[in-house]
Design a protein around this ligand. Structure first.
Ligand code: GLA
Length: 395
């Protein structure tokens, strides 16, 4: 993929040097390289990816980084700076779904998926570091997978294109980790670009980078991590996906992407009430993505607030994947001056985003923190994000 931009010398940024030094200390010699991949925020287009629809995520300036060295033989040694599992050693030929625990599922899932594609994966030593908050709906797991696949793609000379890496990491998630997710997160992480959102057509994987910068519009994108952790391997995500598949089957289409706004009236007569609401979310959400792309081009980010709000309402009422903490984050930030807010990611916890005038940033932060304290919820973590570069080799 990418040539090494920096040797592991004093010219490398501190974070890279620290990781290289830690790797040498743990594994006895320097890594072959360091790769990083970002988490993502989804601007809009939720639960549309596995319905072959449209999404508009962006890579964020929070990344997972892996220092990797190829080792002789077929054993793998994994360590993270989280320090929760210590050194994990395993053999490549013993990898199978269900065989890994904790964060090691993600690198091992990628190795397994590459092997399934017939790629000769070598033994490696790997040290992971990440500042993507875990379980916050910002794709911390995909950031790990995308950093690892970028590293292995380079180290094996496999020459996979970004789309192929997207599908391999999806296979790792679906079949090794056991989370029936779509292709949005890894597409943002692998194909993101600074100052842009990734407009992805999930039917054909075509990507158009859409300029998206909040600063020139005097806006800031705040992430409100509710600290309600979620997992896509739990039942909620899968049951929403199953409802969508049922809806498509009853309506006689390949995927809900093929249902238009004008078809909804007829669909309401054909579907049970709950399935209809699930379908209505997906159909209206696809339309909101297209409208957002148009508005960003014609008027800029200051114009998309109402679409973010409508997306949240649809997820809360039709798709029913919000939770009290997410609703409060959205309501409190809107009431204190955000121009649009919505939960982002798979739902059932995780984070909300609030597009906020710079002049009101502190007010919104304070209002959300106070509302959470008053409601007796855990203190949220609130931070600003901006669209950042996708996965790459950094040393
Ligand atoms: C998770 C999944 C994605 C997508 C979103 C919901 O982040 O990993 O594939 O389905 O939920 O939009």
């Amino acid at each position: 993929m990418n040539p090494a931009p920096d040797p592991l010398t004093t010219s490398a940024p501190a974070v890279t040097q620290d990781l290289a030094a830690r790797f040498s200390q743990e594994f006895g010699s320097a890594p072959d390289g360091i790769w990083q991949a970002p988490g993502r925020v989804n601007l809009i287009g939720e639960h549309t990816d596995y319905n072959e629809g449209f999404v508009l995520p962006f890579a964020i300036n929070r990344t997972a980084r892996v220092a990797v060295r190829v080792r002789p033989g077929s054993s793998v040694r994994l360590l993270s700076t989280y320090g929760d599992q210590g050194l994990v050693s395993t053999r490549l030929d013993s990898l199978e779904p269900g065989s890994a625990k904790g964060w090691t599922k993600y690198p091992l899932g990628v190795m397994w998926a590459l092997k399934q594609r017939g790629i000769a994966v070598p033994g490696v030593d790997l040290l992971l570091d990440s500042d993507v908050p875990l379980g916050a709906g910002l794709s911390s797991s995909h950031a790990i997978e995308c950093a690892v696949i970028s590293a292995l793609n380079d180290l094996t000379g496999a020459g996979l294109e970004a789309q192929e890496m997207v599908l391999a990491t999806q296979r790792a998630e679906n079949d090794f980790v056991g989370a029936p997710t779509g292709i949005m997160d890894q597409s943002a992480s692998l194909r993101g670009s600074e100052g842009h959102a990734v407009f992805l057509d999930c039917r054909n994987q075509n990507v158009r980078l859409v300029p998206f910068e909040t600063q020139p519009a005097d806006l800031v994108m705040l992430v409100i991590d509710t600290k309600v952790s979620h997992s896509h391997a739990d039942g909620g995500y899968a049951s929403r996906r199953a409802s969508c598949e049922l809806g498509a089957e009853v309506l006689g289409v390949k995927a809900l992407r093929d249902v238009q706004l004008g078809d909804l009236a007829e669909a309401s007569g054909l579907l049970d009430e709950v399935t209809f609401r699930r379908v209505r979310h997906v159909v209206t959400e696809n339309d909101r993505v297209l409208q957002t792309v148009e508005l960003l081009a014609s008027q800029g980010p200051g114009a998309i607030g109402p679409l973010l709000d409508a997306s949240h309402t649809s997820m809360r009422d039709d798709f029913e994947i919000s939770c009290p903490e997410l609703d409060l984050a959205v309501d409190a930030s809107r009431a204190s001056g955000a121009i649009g807010a919505r939960m982002t990611g798979g739902g059932f916890g995780g984070a909300a985003i609030a597009l906020t005038p710079v002049a009101l940033e502190q007010k919104v932060r304070d209002a959300v923190a106070t509302a959470f304290a008053d409601a007796g919820f855990k203190a949220p973590d609130i931070f600003a994000v901006s669209p950042a570069a996708g996965a790459r080799r950094i040393a």
